[in-house]
Write a protein that binds this ligand. Structure first.
Ligand code: A2P
Length: 282
């Protein structure tokens, strides 16, 4: 596994195993354990996924030293605001059954955002969280929040894949040394993407599958990816991308696939209303 450097000089494995929408009834436990066995050392969960405790159990049972595993989790909107966020952080630590979280993000950009950010900053000072970051932040939202942050976020986790390249956002994030993390790196299984002619021809050339070509492209772009797979062969294959390199021309041919249209718009008020209404505890 290759690592990237964050703006606080800490390292992050370039590919993480995402557990979004895998249930907490043992399925996330099995998937996380399988991912760790396959060689993943970075797991991406969230309080809002309601499966932190399965991740924590799998990390414990894997027999791998905690210091070798990078765990990301995220604070849910219901726990925003300074006081609530302090409790939310404690709840994540407890559910993950760990003394510290490697990376903790503010999951969605609504509510008392800066109050929650202050609690994250304090948790860094206390050693409970090593790095903090943001998620689903657009350029407008960045401009709204940035002046209220003492600690610069290390990442912004957003929708990113060859069809959704976030070019303007990337420019602004680069200026601030905030690395992008890709959710839906494979377009959430979008057939138009996975069966795209250019990607399939590169897959044939390098004797890889379409997903591996996309993940290699994302890696060469310097973006962290969080592919999800419950299929053991694909799970294993998705980190087997470090034995070939796309040429500059090939990188460009994928860069040209950008539609400029993410499927999720964080600035849409309907998304704000819907997400603010999602409760994960009493
Ligand atoms: P499966 O779990 O059966 O492997 P994303 O990470 O963008 O959300 O995409 C996840 C979806 O892509 C899942 O439906 C997953 O299905 C599928 N998938 C994961 N890895 C690959 C791959 N290498 N090639 C094709 N599809 C993949």
């Amino acid at each position: 596994m290759k690592n990237f450097k964050l703006n606080n000089q800490k390292s992050i494995p370039a590919i993480g195993f995402g557990v979004f929408m895998i249930s907490n009834n043992g399925q996330t436990y099995d998937a996380t354990l399988a991912a760790l066995k396959a060689g993943y050392r970075h797991i991406d969960t969230a309080a809002g996924y309601m499966n932190e405790s399965d991740v924590g159990k799998a990390v414990k049972d894997s027999g791998i030293d905690r210091s070798e595993i990078f765990i990301t989790s995220k604070l849910w909107l219901q726990d925003y605001g300074y006081e609530n966020a302090k409790k939310g952080i404690e709840n994540s630590l407890k559910a993950l059954d760990t003394d510290y979280i490697d990376l903790y993000l503010l999951h969605q950009p609504y509510g008392d955002y800066l109050g929650a950010w202050k609690a994250l900053e304090e948790a860094v000072e206390e050693g409970k969280i090593k790095s903090i970051g943001i998620s689903n932040i657009t350029v407008n939202l960045w401009n709204k929040f940035k002046d209220g942050m003492k600690i610069m976020p290390v990442v912004n986790q957003v929708e990113f894949n060859p069809f959704t390249q976030q070019k303007e956002l990337r420019k602004v994030m680069n200026e601030n040394q905030i690395r992008l993390e890709a959710w839906y790196p494979l377009g959430h299984g979008n057939k138009d993407l996975l069966e795209n002619e250019i990607i399939v021809s590169l897959a044939n050339k390098y004797n890889k599958n379409a997903g591996q070509i996309i993940l290699r492209w994302i890696y060469q772009e310097g973006v962290i990816s969080l592919p999800k797979s419950t299929n053991p062969t694909r799970m294993q294959g998705n980190i087997d991308i470090f034995d070939f390199e796309l040429t500059e021309e090939e990188m460009k041919s994928i860069k040209d696939l950008d539609t400029g249209k993410p499927t999720h718009d964080p600035e849409d008020p309907a998304n704000e209303t819907r997400l603010m209404g999602l409760k994960i505890h009493d």
